[in-house]
Design a protein around this ligand. Structure first.
Ligand SMILES: [Zn+2]
Length: 195
């Protein structure tokens, strides 16, 4: 059976094995030094092996997601990765909801967010599926958008997205990191790996 231990937790009497990786011996007992799983190898070494980086969304994560549906008071998103100092790809596509109350915009969500927009969002709840995310913080919001008519990347003008071809404008929640070509490439390269 897999046993998960926390730092400082007693693993057992020193008789059960030789302290190995991430294990200390004190007063004839073995203790875990890190969070992890207890294993015993063939030559009786007791080890605590740390977890790999979680490949699923964690509360507080900054995630990159794409709008797949929008109704009046919420947007449905697909999340593919977290930015934890580096980019961590999830083990599958996670569906998330962005409620209007967490979006930083007022009125009908359909006026602000369109299918295909790529957002930088914060995970605020993982308790119940799907996840809930927010774009209320200053740095969050749309990082890539294309014109519905021309399919060209839209330019940012203050809090407006503007099509360089047909001039279509839309006021939205735009991230200061807005860089449509770059985020489109990053997102789609990850998204296509799941298909
Ligand atoms: Zn256009």
């Amino acid at each position: 059976m897999t046993r998960v231990v926390t730092p400082g937790e007693e693993i057992g009497h020193a008789k059960v094995g030789i302290p190995g990786v991430n294990v200390l011996v004190a007063r004839r007992k073995l203790y875990a030094c890190v969070w992890g799983v207890v294993t015993t190898d063939e030559d009786k070494h007791v080890n605590v092996l740390t977890f790999k980086e979680p490949r699923y969304p964690l509360k507080g994560d900054l995630v990159l997601c794409r709008v797949v549906n929008v109704v009046e008071n919420l947007a449905e998103l697909h999340c593919v990765c977290a930015l934890r100092g580096k980019l961590v790809q999830f083990n599958r596509i996670f569906t998330a909801l962005l409620p209007r109350t967490q979006s930083g915009v007022m009125g009908d969500m359909r006026a602000h967010f369109h299918v295909g927009d790529i957002l930088l969002a914060r995970v605020i709840s993982i308790e119940i599926a799907p996840l809930t995310v927010s774009t209320r913080d200053e740095e969050l919001g749309i990082v890539s958008a294309r014109c519905n008519r021309c399919d060209l990347f839209m330019r940012r003008e203050d809090s407006w997205l503007v099509c360089p071809e047909c001039g279509t404008r839309r006021k939205s929640r735009i991230s200061p990191h807005y860089d449509p070509a770059r985020f489109h490439t990053i997102f789609m390269s990850l998204y296509e790996r799941f298909e």
